[in-house]
Design a protein around this ligand. Structure first.
Ligand SMILES: [Zn+2]
Length: 449
């Protein structure tokens, strides 16, 4: 038994002093602050004790592209960033996680490498409807699909007919379908116009114009329509446009099983401040206007957006900078596992948002999305003893050289952020503590209860 004490434990309903009693990796009971017993006591003082964060959108490119990111590096970055559970996306690794055999290869690559717990999404691609039920039986937590070309070998988009073939099968599993919601039509049309006008692809405004809001809006309308038709749980990943929020609000008011995430980069950056040639900021959908960013924050606060996920999507530095600043040629994707909490907290503090909201968006709601909420997502008796010691007032200047990500490149370099993760507990064990990591690593693969 271990006792963990804090004057500021972040519970769903508020922040209170408490002492947590940890047994066998779980929270066995919750006592008043001054509770005493014959046991080791860890006193975390005035720091927040937050539930371990859960990132439902991470690209760990192993096997096949481990030189982009691997299980060891990603999960160390996660532990240092306050995440205790990741859910891995089915693409950018080779082979993609679209069959049970490929899923086993993914699981083998993860073995012995995990500093935090990791669950897995499967893929829904143009030709694997027969693999959907077997993947559920094998333990994936849901399925990811693309409504536009993902722009990478090994994973295909689905068109409307293919989506309609997959959805009833996914609905039958009871698992969720995650959709990259952009349709090709508006993107192709906008890109053709920009090419015809000989636009400069080093300008951020050109890239932004090439992936219009309408591509997201049309895709989301399609997904809403098919969720209704097949009674299929759907989750919109990385919502970038606030213009789709009215449709999503109406769909949810109607009772459709739809959830939505957005990402730290959409909540922090804005198009007006991205320098031309700064391809470190390239991601899809693109970072949009300052006014749009504020509407995304309002939607989080109102509950129209359920959660924040990183879409941690690394690649080798030369792919991010190829083309000498051309947004057409650079790889799209932003890696932020180790920085997401301080980024979001810095922005939240400017808007007087309480720490309980951070726990809700970055732990409780992602746990629910992935079906891990019987064990994770809250500081509550019976759940895993996953929590982090977070100093909300300490400041840090982002130094890429301290990142555990495989590649130390980030659009956040040099930024002053609020909040520092001091210690990360995974099932009662310290897996990160002031710059050092548990060795051997203590993470496990996780499945629905
Ligand atoms: Zn992604």
């Amino acid at each position: 038994m271990v006792l963990v004490r804090s004057r500021r434990v972040v519970f769903p309903k508020g922040v209170e002093p408490a002492t947590l009693e940890i047994r066998d990796g779980r929270i066995a009971s919750i006592h008043p602050l001054d509770f005493a017993a014959d046991a080791e006591v860890v006193d975390t003082g005035e720091n927040y004790l937050l539930p371990g964060l859960i990132d439902a959108h991470v690209h760990i490119n192993d096997p096949g592209r481990a030189d982009w990111e691997g299980f060891r590096t990603a999960t160390r970055a996660a532990a240092a960033g306050g995440y205790t559970t990741l859910v891995d996306m089915p693409l950018n690794n080779l082979p993609a996680t679209t069959t049970v055999e490929n899923f086993r290869r993914k699981q083998n690559a993860a073995r012995g490498e995990l500093s935090v717990d990791v669950g897995f999404w499967g893929g829904a691609v143009h030709d694997n409807t027969g693999d959907i039920q077997p993947l559920a039986d094998a333990g994936v937590l849901g399925y990811k699909c693309f409504l536009v070309d993902p722009g990478i070998d090994g994973f295909t988009m689905v068109d409307r007919a293919q989506l309609e073939a997959a959805m009833p099968r996914i609905a039958k599993t009871g698992l969720v379908l995650l959709a990259h919601a952009e349709l090709p039509g508006p993107i192709e049309q906008a890109t053709a116009q920009l090419q015809a006008a000989n636009c400069d692809w080093k300008r951020y405004s050109t890239y932004l114009a090439s992936r219009p809001d309408q591509a997201e809006i049309d895709a989301i309308r399609l997904v809403i329509q098919l969720s209704r038709k097949y009674d299929c749980r759907v989750h919109i990943v990385h919502l970038a446009t606030a213009q789709a929020l009215p449709d999503l609000h109406a769909a949810r008011a109607e009772g459709l099983p739809i959830t939505v995430e957005t990402c730290p980069h959409y909540l922090h950056f804005c198009a007006e401040e991205i320098a031309d040639g700064s391809t470190l900021h390239k991601c899809a959908p693109p970072i949009r206007s300052r006014a749009n960013r504020e509407l995304l924050w309002q939607a989080l606060i109102s509950g129209d957006i359920d959660l924040i996920a990183t879409d941690h999507s690394p690649c080798p530095p030369e792919m991010k900078t190829r083309g000498g600043g051309s947004f057409l040629e650079a790889w799209g994707g932003i890696a932020s596992l180790q920085l997401a909490l301080p980024i979001v907290w810095t922005e939240a503090a400017k808007r007087a948002i309480p720490i309980t909201s951070i726990a809700h968006w970055m732990s409780e709601q992602p746990a629910r999305l992935a079906g891990l909420d019987a064990r994770k997502g809250r500081i509550q008796v019976g759940r895993d003893a996953d929590f982090i010691v977070f100093d909300p007032d300490a400041r840090q200047r982002v130094d890429p050289s301290v990142l555990e990500h495989r590649h130390a490149i980030t659009p956040y370099a040099g930024e002053q952020l609020c909040g520092v993760v001091r210690t990360t507990f995974l099932r009662g064990d310290k897996v990160f503590d002031g710059g050092t990591f548990a060795d051997p690593p203590k993470g496990a693969q996780c499945f629905r209860a």
